[in-house]
Design a protein around this ligand. Structure first.
Ligand SMILES: [Zn+2]
Length: 101
């Protein structure tokens, strides 16, 4: 039957469209999250687009080490990298404890 075959094709296209939308949603979410952490948003976005939940898991595993934290030269406390000065003691020149070129 031609009509049934056509219906199956339409259903397939709808499925692919939904999968692509979900993939794109994952990719954009991971991309934004990556860019906020100074990671490559395009690379992580593409990885997640093709690997789905696996890319998301790998991304989360990469986030686990606190790479964003830097050590304050004034009081030695761990503070987020995006801070211009230490929120604990007010020290302005925050020393980067990890070599990020
Ligand atoms: Zn401090």
């Amino acid at each position: 039957m031609v009509s049934q075959s056509s219906g199956q094709t339409t259903a397939l296209f709808v499925c692919i469209a939904i999968l692509l939308t979900i993939s794109l949603g994952f990719a954009i979410a991971v991309g934004i999250s990556a860019s906020k952490r100074g990671m490559n948003p395009v690379g992580w976005g593409i990885l997640t687009f093709f690997t789905w939940i696996f890319g998301l898991i790998i991304f989360l595993l990469f986030l686990n080490p606190k790479v964003d934290d830097v050590k304050c030269a004034g009081c030695g406390k761990s503070i987020p990298r995006n801070h211009m000065y230490c929120p604990f003691c007010g020290y302005k020149e925050i020393k980067q404890n990890n070599t990020n070129t």
